[in-house]
Write a protein of this length. Structure first.
Length: 318
């Protein structure tokens, strides 16, 4: 008897690669990875591990329908930040929402589909009463609404909220900078060090166990349930403390205004700074608005890699 097919969007990326690993290691599924370039080094490595590789264009529904053929499970994710880098926030929202809706339409057209896992984020606009409309959340929220308005697809969908990545600190606006005259690393942030963070840890490892558990526990994750992809709670101050402990570098947390943060890292500072200000203001309510299923509810027994542990694996180039 053939194994059920699980199709994973972005199989060579962080989230997708983690999902690929978890389903391969489980052994009960035939894994099909969707990627733009089946000849890339990462794609070739996946093929060597037994993954069927297929190309598809997220802007082309027909290519997605073909890629989803005979799928029982689909893990879907979109990339906001690629178009954001070159086209800015408004155009990135349009592109992401268009691609995510294409994914949903193609999934809805897949007659064999039993479970659709959609990687998304909290509805910050609704939670904040419209005060915060953070672009990399907004595009995904539009896709959420599309799925909710398709009763048949909604019944097969689990919404997975993947929280803060350890690798965020590798990006310029989040990486501590050495201040020579002070002899220490300075972390400029637009929110206070008490800003609460829910952490996913190492997304290259930790997403997969959530996806596998979602599929294995449909009584908890369907129909249309929301799963919180978080393995730890901490603060922005804790992030810097962990960074210093891992790197052995003395550091100082310096709070700046959102405007100053954005002037240092134009466009990126506002995008990420508003997220931090939202978390600072709304605290425990930041990830709310839906009844959430947690890793404890799912009974996941997996040695998740925490943010601090992940820091120890990074090349900080200090």
């Amino acid at each position: 008897m053939s194994k059920p097919i699980v199709v994973i969007i972005g199989a060579t990326g962080g989230q997708g690669g983690s999902v690929v690993t978890s389903f391969l290691e489980d052994g009960a599924y035939q894994v099909r990875g969707i990627t733009r370039n089946v000849n890339s080094a990462k794609a070739v490595a996946l093929k060597a591990r037994g993954v069927e590789l297929v190309t598809a264009d997220l802007d082309n529904i027909e290519s997605l329908v073909a890629a989803f053929k005979d799928a029982t499970i689909i893990y879907a994710v979109t990339d906001f930040f690629e178009p954001f880098a070159s086209k800015g926030p408004n155009e990135a929202i349009k592109i992401e929402s268009h691609q995510g809706i294409n994914l949903a339409k193609a999934a809805a057209a897949t007659s064999t589909l039993k479970h659709y896992i959609w990687s998304t984020l909290a509805n910050v606009g609704r939670i904040s009463g419209g005060k915060y409309m953070i672009p990399h959340f907004v595009g995904k929220n539009a896709i959420d609404d599309f799925i909710k308005n398709d009763p048949a697809l909604f019944a097969k969908t689990t919404f997975l909220w993947n929280t803060y990545y350890a690798s965020n600190l590798l990006f310029p606006m989040f990486k501590p900078n050495f201040l020579q005259t002070a002899g220490k690393y300075v972390w400029l942030q637009p929110s206070s060090p008490s800003t609460p963070i829910l952490g996913l840890g190492d997304q290259n490892i930790n997403v997969g166990p959530f996806a596998l558990a979602i599929v294995q526990k449909p009584e908890l994750t369907l129909p249309g349930k929301f799963v919180l992809g978080s393995v730890e709670s901490l603060t922005t101050g804790d992030l810097l403390k962990s960074w210093s402990e891992v790197t052995g570098k003395d550091s100082e947390y310096v709070q700046v205004t959102l405007e100053e943060f954005d002037s240092l890292w134009p466009k990126w500072g506002l995008e990420m700074g508003e997220m931090l200000k939202y978390w600072e203001e709304f605290g425990d309510k930041s990830w709310s608005g839906e009844e959430l299923v947690t890793k404890e509810d799912l009974g996941i027994e997996f040695p998740f890699v925490t943010i601090k542990q992940a820091f120890g694996t990074f090349d900080w180039d200090l």
